[in-house]
Design a protein around this ligand. Structure first.
Ligand code: G1P
Ligand code: ZN
Length: 538
């Protein structure tokens, strides 16, 4: 029986850079999840439609997915394709949306944020493009959330999600699928699996840290079972509700176990990690770290080594905050180059209109038009394919790249937990100051341009402003923006980039020191936030 339940709105259900992301306890409030989902349904008219659903397995996944199924049935959805046990990585979900030509999908995830009752929970909604909905759509959904008065739900037993096959929930069909099979096929269609297999057979060693999150089973299947990496190459492979207490963000700080192995004695040849929902990646060699910005540039430069891309690629895009390393590669290969606001959804139009093949963000995201989300395992396989094709180590590939294109020393400084009004005032003050900075000399740099970054989408002609940038005459940059994924308070992100044409072995922190002083000073960070230094540097 379909029930219509009265509800009262919440005022904080605005989607950020990647869907709605909140503290688990916020989402657990009465009707919080239901209100948000019904608001989406009210905007997208789900009657007769088919969606792909799943989550990264974090705390509340199993409760939210039942609500999602029962509310879909009550709202006239025709069919749901559900990852077994309610699990689905973000890239696998995007692939299933595209492959099955569905009308979109939902991934229950707060990505790389910690999980558990005291952690975070989130909901990402994707359209039939396989990518997250546009800001225009999420704005409409936000308006709905502020006025919602009722939601629809089917009253029934919980649906069993552990057996593959189809079942009926009310009038709706629910098909439980194994998402790994399709994903493995997709990867096999892109990369030279034979060359990678041969490399492992010849003794190549790797560690992949799944951080107790959703990619563990995908990684075991692909790296160990299919490609023949030694058993035990995949660490933390069993998805856990609270990620075993880990912060499933693949960077040098949070992927500590992997970093210790890669920087220790007898380090394996290659190291990589993925985040909670499998869209982020970190790449390491023996005692060597590849920045995500460099990784994007290196993958792009080496596209011809990969079977699926060797015939040629369209252009490449990066988020504005990402370093300019890939711009130099695009220039050399004479391919299109785009800079978009932070958030993967801005790449979707560029991929759909065949303007780009590759794209990436400094926040450990890399991907291509094989799907419409970033893809952690894809990036790892791309690196393995390059290594197999060239016989070179991660360090050799990267240093040769710098010798050819110069090195963008790059670091991101995050100032967390700033009261929202203080953060907004800081940004407002900075914006007012920008015109006066043009042409000034500071800390050994000459400022070429200081501006608010505004992106005009060439496809839908929408215009989005996101963050501010200060460009120096020598190619160095400072970028400021507020995070759109914090689940409480505000995070100020300061991105620093120092371009060097000849010096490749310096310490990145030393190289950006003057830029950091300049950024702290211009934005009055200490005076306004009381913080002398960043909380996290990546
Ligand atoms: C962060 C990253 C951004 C990424 C997003 C979702 O968003 O900076 O690149 O797309 O997470 O993974 P932010 O918190 O900066 O808005
Ligand atoms: Zn993620």
């Amino acid at each position: 029986m379909i029930e219509i339940i009265k509800t009262t709105p919440y005022t904080d259900q605005k989607m950020g850079t990647a869907g709605l992301r909140k503290k688990s306890k916020v989402v657990m409030q009465e009707h919080y999840f239901e209100n948000f989902l019904q608001s989406i349904f009210n905007v997208i008219a789900p009657e007769g439609k088919t969606f792909v659903i799943g989550g990264d397995g974090r705390f509340y996944n199993s409760i939210a997915i039942q609500k999602l199924i029962k509310m879909s049935a009550a709202n006239g959805v025709k069919k749901l394709i559900v990852g077994k046990n309610g699990y689905l990585s973000t890239p696998a979900s995007s692939n299933m949306i595209l492959k099955n030509h569905t009308d979109g999908g939902f991934v229950l995830t707060a990505s790389h944020n910690p999980g558990g009752e005291n952690g975070d929970f989130g909901i990402k909604y994707a359209t039939e493009t396989g990518g997250q909905c546009s800001s225009q759509v999420s704005d409409k959904i936000f308006e709905q959330t502020k006025n919602i008065t009722e939601f629809k739900i089917l009253q029934c037993e919980d649906i069993k999600l552990d057996t593959l096959g189809s079942q009926k929930v009310g009038e709706m069909e629910v098909e439980i699928v194994d998402p790994i099979t399709d994903y493995v096929k997709l990867m096999e269609s892109i990369f030279d699996f034979d060359a990678i297999k041969k490399m492992f057979a010849n003794g190549f060693t790797m560690r992949f840290d799944a951080m107790n999150a959703v990619t563990g089973p995908y990684a075991i299947e692909i790296f160990e079972n299919v490609l023949g990496a030694a058993k035990g190459s995949v660490l933390n492979a069993t998805p856990k509700q609270d990620f075993g207490g880990l912060h499933p963000d693949p960077n040098l700080v949070y992927a500590k176990e992997l970093v210790d192995i890669m920087y220790g004695e007898n380090a394996p040849d290659f190291g990589a990690a993925n985040d909670g929902d499998g869209d982020r990646n970190m790449i390491l060699g023996k005692k060597f770290f590849v920045t995500p910005s460099d990784s994007l540039a290196i993958l792009t430069d080496n596209y011809a080594l990969i079977p699926a891309y060797k015939g040629g690629i369209f252009g490449v895009a990066k988020s504005m905050a990402t370093s300019t390393a890939v711009a130099r590669v695009a220039d050399a290969h004479k391919i299109g180059y785009y800079e978009v606001p932070t958030g993967w959804k801005y790449f979707v139009n560029l991929m759909d209109s065949k303007r780009i093949t590759f794209c990436g963000e400094e926040s450990f995201g890399t991907g291509s038009s094989h799907i419409r989300e970033k893809d952690g395992i894809w990036a790892v396989l791309f690196w393995l394919n390059i290594i197999a094709a060239t016989g070179k180590s991660v360090e050799e590939i990267t240093t040769e790249h710098w010798q050819k294109y110069g090195r963008s020393y790059y670091l991101r400084f995050d100032f967390d937990g700033i009261p929202t009004d203080i953060a907004n005032d800081l940004m407002k003050n900075l914006e007012e100051k920008l015109p006066s900075l043009n042409g000034q000399e500071m800390n050994g740099f000459k400022i070429k341009l200081a501006e608010v970054f505004t992106y005009n989408d060439p496809v839908d002609h929408s215009s989005t402003s996101n963050g501010m940038r200060i460009l120096m005459e020598d190619g160095s940059r400072i970028v400021f923006r507020l995070s759109g994924t914090s689940s409480s308070g505000a995070t100020l992100r300061v991105y620093l980039e120092k371009l060097e044409r000849n010096k490749f072995d310096a310490n990145p922190r030393d190289m950006v020191d003057e830029l950091l002083k300049m950024a702290m000073n211009i934005a009055e960070i200490e005076k306004r936030t009381g913080k002398k230094q960043a909380d996290v540097t990546t």
